[in-house]
Design a protein. Structure first.
Length: 583
């Protein structure tokens, strides 16, 4: 009993969340109400038609038709057709508008979530919430709910009219309705549970497929096709098994419903025929009874679908709301702040992804304007994490990072990031043209001359000119149609075009061949002029001229100074340098 009470409480919470979610997207309530009213008029017309038909059958003689009733019947049909069409469109329009607003709200929210959210949740899972779950909510709002309202009016109105017409005939129907209800309620619960399981299974498969297809080259280079075939096959098999269970329930339900309805129809028809032959009922009344019977049967069959759909929508709402309830990354103050000429200073910065597993511990450094600050040390020491803190992908667990004595957390995040140029070892690129990738993230449209100037500064103009379509060349998903060196130079050109005040280079030449590295290094040297530059690099040639070098190991700075100073004072740094000189 206690479990049932908790279940009802949870359902009430979900329904409340659903209504709150729908209201939050500001649906076009006026259009929705108008569409619903027109649908109600259509339902009212469907209640009048049997009565007109009754009068028409009873008053029509073999040699004379009741023209007045025929005209009224035609008008009633026209009202049903016209109002039903317009009402259905308005309701669908409202639903489409609501789901558009919901998707925009969810998409905008996803874009503003912190990086830590995407560390935990797969992108395919989030896209499934964005597309599939919102579609389920839309179907409930645009189709199932209006059908439930209009169907309920048809059902109640038909039953009242039937009792007024002939309570004995209506009593026959009432004996069948409870039977159908007893069948529909448990079956509806089973379908709802299976529906939620299918949603979850489909979302899991979508998340896995999105991730694997985005790394298809890794799969092929690792001969992982068989493994992924089996993994994906398991997901597909699970969806199939749930679909088969759903089909079994519906396969059982349909014949039961059809047999029950046919039995009801035959019973009413047989009993009505006896009444007509005995003179206690007119032929018109029998026809009207049968028409009202259809008005009762149709809603009953749709109610099971409605309750199944509302359970699915509750589950979708819960998952959507979980995303919307996730805190956005802090944006800082609204005012803009110019970092040019400001010293970047980290003071006792510590950070951990998980409690009791520190990644950085008491990191302190200083980057003065127009200086080059380098970070060296073993892989996994926390250098890239430090850059993530500077980009404000994460917030330090303790300590602070300031620029010109202003905590960077207090600076407007868009303003802060607009002043940073970031070039990594594997510079990201989107599917699209070279022009799109150069232009990406800028708040103004650049001219061709400006774009070519940026490419020239990055030593990228020559290879771009060799492409038949030049700036409009499509580079494929993640820039796969470009070589590593070409992609790096496009990224450097983009950094030139951003004209950043702060430049961050994360192993920007580590994976390149010697020829590409030389060109990329020339471009980077040019890009560093007049900017505060922070560099992560293993290669000595990249950092030997740095103003200050910080050696990081196991998340701590174990030494800092110029190259010459560290060669004398830091044993491990000296060892790194000597090993590279030997190699």
């Amino acid at each position: 009993m206690r479990n049932k009470t908790l279940e009802n409480k949870n359902n009430n919470i979900k329904l409340k969340d659903f209504l709150k979610l729908i209201n939050s997207v500001n649906p076009k309530k006026g259009i929705f109400v108008l569409g619903l009213l027109l649908s109600l008029v259509t339902s009212g017309a469907s209640l009048i038609v049997p009565q007109i038909t009754k009068g028409l059958v009873d008053t029509t003689k073999l040699t004379h038709m009741n023209n007045k009733l025929i005209i009224i019947l035609i008008i009633a049909f026209a009202i049903q057709l016209g109002f039903g069409t317009i009402g259905g469109f308005l309701l669908r329009y409202t639903g489409e508008s609501a789901v558009m607003t919901l998707r925009k709200k969810l998409w905008n929210h996803l874009l503003k979530l912190p990086v830590s959210y995407f560390d935990i949740h797969k992108s395919g899972e989030s896209s499934s919430r964005l597309v599939n779950d919102t579609s389920i909510v839309k179907d409930l709002v645009t189709s199932q709910f209006p059908n439930f309202i209009t169907g309920g009016i048809q059902l109640i109105g038909s039953m009242i009219i039937l009792f007024i017409m002939d309570w004995k005939m209506a009593a026959l129907i009432f004996t069948v309705v409870p039977i159908l209800t007893l069948i529909l309620i448990p079956v509806g619960r089973i379908l709802s549970r299976l529906g939620r399981q299918l949603q979850t299974a489909t979302a899991d498969f979508n998340a896995d497929a999105s991730e694997k297809l985005s790394e298809v080259r890794l799969i092929k280079s690792s001969n992982g096709e068989i493994f992924e075939k089996n993994t994906g096959g398991n997901f597909i098999q699970n969806i199939f098994s749930l679909g088969v269970k759903d089909a079994k329930v519906e396969a059982i339900l349909q014949p039961i419903m059809m047999t029950t309805m046919l039995g009801m129809f035959v019973g009413i028809l047989g009993y009505g025929a006896i009444r007509v032959s005995s003179g206690t009922m007119t032929s018109g009344s029998l026809v009207a009874f049968l028409l009202y019977l259809f008005n009762i049967i149709s809603p009953l069959t749709s109610f099971a679908t409605f309750f199944s759909q509302i359970q699915k929508a509750m589950g979708s709402t819960q998952r959507i709301q979980e995303i919307l309830d996730t805190n956005l990354e802090p944006t800082g103050n609204a005012t803009e702040f110019d970092v040019e000429g400001g010293t970047i200073k980290a003071t006792n910065v510590s950070f951990s992804y998980k409690k009791d597993s520190p990644i950085l511990t008491n990191i302190s450094f200083e980057a003065k304007p127009n200086n080059v600050i380098a970070f060296a040390g073993p892989s996994g020491g926390g250098k890239s994490t430090l850059f993530s803190l500077l980009e404000r992908f994460y917030t330090p667990t303790s300590g602070s990072i300031t620029v010109a004595d202003h905590n960077i957390e207090d600076i407007n995040i868009s303003n802060w990031r607009s002043q940073i140029g970031y070039v990594s070892q594997d510079s990201a690129a989107f599917a699209g043209s070279i022009r799109d990738n150069l232009q990406y993230g800028l708040n103004k449209e650049l001219t061709n001359d400006e774009l070519w100037h940026g490419l020239k500064l990055a030593y990228a103009d020559n290879f771009v000119k060799e492409f038949p379509e030049q700036l409009n060349t499509q580079i494929g998903e993640r820039g796969i149609k470009l070589s590593g060196g070409q992609k790096q130079r496009i990224a450097i050109a983009r950094a030139f075009l951003r004209n950043p005040k702060i430049l961050m280079l994360d192993e920007a030449t580590a994976s390149l061949d010697s020829e590409s590295e030389e060109k990329v290094q020339q471009a980077l040297d040019k890009l560093m002029i007049g900017r505060t530059t922070l560099v992560i690099a293993h290669r000595l040639s990249t950092i030997v001229e740095a103003d200050q070098i910080y050696f990081i190991e196991h998340g701590q700075i174990t030494g800092h100074g110029s190259h010459k100073e560290l060669m004398k004072s830091h044993k491990l740094y000296s060892q790194y340098v000597n090993e590279q000189m030997v190699n």
